[in-house]
Design a protein. Structure first.
Lengths: 110, 148
């Protein structure tokens, strides 16, 4: 994809850096959203009554975050190629969203 | 004989606190946009990742051996552990976001993009350090109540 007139094409390592930043932020964001959805729509049994369960929800939330974060990272890489400034701005916004989501979920919806 | 899980738990706790303190370093240094802090970022991110990996290794044994008992007798402590795991994961992935954006910022000459990436990196490390510190405090709270 050719770079737009907005800014020249970024070096490969910068585009990869933007992609990894977006992917990492997405993991926390997705993790928090899934946890809240689970708590609201699919509440678990009382942990005091559950002896054991075969699957740890925390790992599943993380790996779903990695899966979706990978896709978002690819999208961020493509955006960084076409419109670098927009990519950098959106990455900043995404990290803010991620910080707010994981902090509020972690405290309010354990 | 000392349970190996008990030793690993202690290592995990100490690594967690070390990484929380290490994350404060880039969080402080990167408040200036032009600051280069590659080594501080790499070391802090590596430490918090190692602490998290060890925690993930211990987690299945925690679920089998400790979780139900903690929730039966002190649900508040049990929920503190749950909070700790969420916030700890946040600290790790945000540290990675901070490292990636800092390294990217160092590699670009485009001033607006470099500044945006530097702000992103600073934000990510400040948040990672804050989350890691809260995680450390909650970890002490849980470990002082129950242990392997």
């Amino acid at each position: 994809m050719p770079a737009t007139a907005e800014a020249p094409t970024l070096p490969l390592r910068v585009r990869i850096g933007i992609a990894i930043t977006s992917a990492s932020a997405t993991i926390a964001l997705v993790y928090a959203v899934i946890r809240v959805v689970q708590a609201v729509f699919y509440p678990e049994g009382d942990p005091a009554l559950v002896v054991w369960s075969p699957r740890a929800a925390m790992f599943w939330r993380f790996w779903i975050g990695v899966y979706i974060g990978g896709g978002i990272g690819l999208g961020a890489y493509a955006l960084a190629t076409r419109a670098p400034l927009h990519a950098a701005r959106w990455t900043y916004v995404l990290v803010w969203a991620s910080v707010i989501a994981i902090t509020s979920q972690g405290i309010l919806v354990p | 004989m000392i349970d190996p899980l008990r030793i690993l738990e202690r290592v995990h706790g100490n690594l967690g606190w070390l990484s929380a303190l290490a994350l404060l370093h880039p969080a402080w240094l990167l408040r200036r946009r032009e600051r280069r802090a590659r080594l501080a970022c790499i070391l802090a991110t590596t430490l918090v990742t190692l602490a998290g990996a060890l925690g993930a290794y211990l987690y299945p044994d925690y679920r089998v051996m400790l979780k139900q008992d903690i929730f039966l007798h002190a649900p508040g402590i049990g929920w503190s552990f749950e909070r700790k795991e969420h916030l700890g994961l946040g600290a790790i992935v945000l540290a990675w976001a901070g490292l990636a954006s800092h390294l990217a910022a160092l590699r670009t000459k485009e001033r607006p993009i470099r500044h945006l990436l530097a702000r992103t990196s600073h934000l990510a490390y400040v948040a990672a350090a804050g989350l890691a510190l809260i995680t450390g405090v909650l970890g002490i709270l849980v470990a002082s109540y129950s242990s392997f």
